[in-house]
Design a protein around this ligand. Structure first.
Ligand SMILES: *[C@@H]1O[C@H](CO)[C@@H](O)[C@H](O)[C@H]1NC(C)=O
Length: 203
């Protein structure tokens, strides 16, 4: 199989993941699904833009580069162009590294946010003080504690679901970029067209 074709599959997978991560991060700016009463009442980790920057914008560049690796017909690469193809595969290693950093950033932020729990108020008064009522993820194993968060409504499942999605998608993105780093290394060493020349008959 051509390593460029494999890269294209990765690129196609990374784009919807990046869009979903951006969406999750945007939804987190609306605690419980409604606009926050004040920017100070939004959980701090949301402002680190793990999903928008790390798993989103930083992932778009590697995804586009991986997609572009297949633009030239694979079987036409056995002539002089193979040098260019090898360089493209080499470049993809660097972009895979960029994607890996972005995905890991988002994953670490999400893990920290899940552990700390959401920013919320323990009463429904409009002047209520917002703080972090949970410690070290204690709310994860004890649903009774969720009642401590009175406002915003449904903030605990909202926080937990969206940051869990960001965590899982970040890990998938990191794995895909890691695969592409190895794939790019193979492509750089072997050339992109392993196996294609034979079927084409060209040398
Ligand atoms: C859950 O938290 C509540 C409130 O702090 C506490 O009374 C209860 O014992 C806890 N349950 C467990 C299983 O730890």
């Amino acid at each position: 199989m051509c390593s460029g074709g494999f890269a294209k599959c990765l690129g196609i997978t990374l784009i919807p993941l990046a869009i979903l991560c951006i969406l999750c991060n945007i939804l987190l700016f609306f605690p419980g699904g409604v606009p926050a009463s004040s920017n100070d009442n939004i959980t701090e980790e949301v402002w680190y833009f793990g999903g928008i920057l790390g798993s989103g914008v930083l992932m778009i560049f590697p995804a586009l580069v991986f997609l572009g690796l297949k633009n030239n017909d694979c079987c036409g690469c056995c002539g002089n162009e193979s040098c260019g193809k090898r360089f493209a595969m080499f470049t993809s290693i660097i972009f895979a590294g960029v994607g890996l950093v972005g995905a890991l950033y988002s994953t670490i932020i999400s893990a920290a946010a899940i552990n700390r729990g959401p920013l919320c108020a323990t009463d429904t008064a409009s002047n209520a003080t917002f703080f972090y009522p949970f410690q070290n993820g204690d709310y994860l194993s004890n649903h009774t504690l969720w009642d401590e968060c009175q406002q915003p409504e449904r903030i605990v499942p909202w926080h937990l679901t969206l940051f869990s999605l960001l965590l899982i998608m970040g890990l998938v993105q990191a794995a895909l970029c890691g695969f592409q780093a190895i794939n790019g290394l193979i492509g750089t060493i072997c050339g992109d067209c392993c196996g294609c020349c034979g079927s084409d008959g060209a040398v």
